[in-house]
Each structure stands twice: as C-alpha cells, then as structure tokens.
Design a protein around this ligand. Structure first.
Ligand code: FES
Length: 106
C-alpha cells in the first residue's frame, strides 16, 4: 500500500447525511455514502445484479437499495441483503482529512 492509493474524491459537504453520490475515477464508477452519524463509505458504483448505478437508489440507515429491482446491500460491508442481489459489492477504505473525503481505490 502506498500513499498514492488514496485519492481525493469529494468535499464532505457534497453528500447530505443518509445520501449517496456517484463518483467516477480513472475509468471506474464508485458510490460514496454519508452515513447517519457522519461516517463516509465507498463501494463499487454498479449493482452486482445488472450493472445499474446505485447512486440512483435509496439510502436507508446503512442500506443502499438498487433503483432497478430493489435489491439491497449494506454499504459498510458490501454484503448483499435482499434478493435479487446475491453477489456482495466491493468496498473501499475511506478517510476524512479536513473537509475532504479520500478513498483508497486500490
Ligand atoms: S439491477 Fe440492482 S437489483 Fe437488479
């Protein structure tokens, strides 16, 4: 792991609490989440069921619900939580420095 793995993604005020934002970087699509209580998380941006952008979905507590077939994931762990999704999402470490959200895209 090197410092260069960390990418300055967004400002902390770009996502309201309990919301999600699409973030594209280096030809890849991610989803960034602002959890209740102020923590940030990052997952792959596309649903593992049919490659739909999760940022168009609904955030409820620590769950992201896919906008297409309402499959659900826990965005903290990437765990698939409700059919039809059965493959977990990949997650990425996030840290906050000042007012910036950094993601270790690996
Ligand atoms: S595309 Fe996400 S649940 Fe089907």
């Amino acid at each position: 792991m090197t410092m260069s793995d960390w990418v300055d993604a967004i400002s902390v005020d770009e996502i309201d609490e309990e919301d999600v934002l699409r973030w594209d970087h280096d030809g890849r699509t991610f989803a960034l989440y602002h959890a209740p209580g102020g923590s940030f998380y990052c997952t792959d941006g596309l649903c593992t069921h049919e490659q739909v952008h999760l940022a168009g979905g609904l955030v409820m507590d620590h769950i992201i619900e896919c906008p297409k077939h309402n499959g659900q994931f826990d965005y903290r762990t990437g765990a698939a939580k409700r059919a039809p999704v059965c493959v977990n999402l990949r997650t990425y470490p996030v840290r906050v420095e000042g007012d910036r959200v950094l993601v270790q895209v690996g």
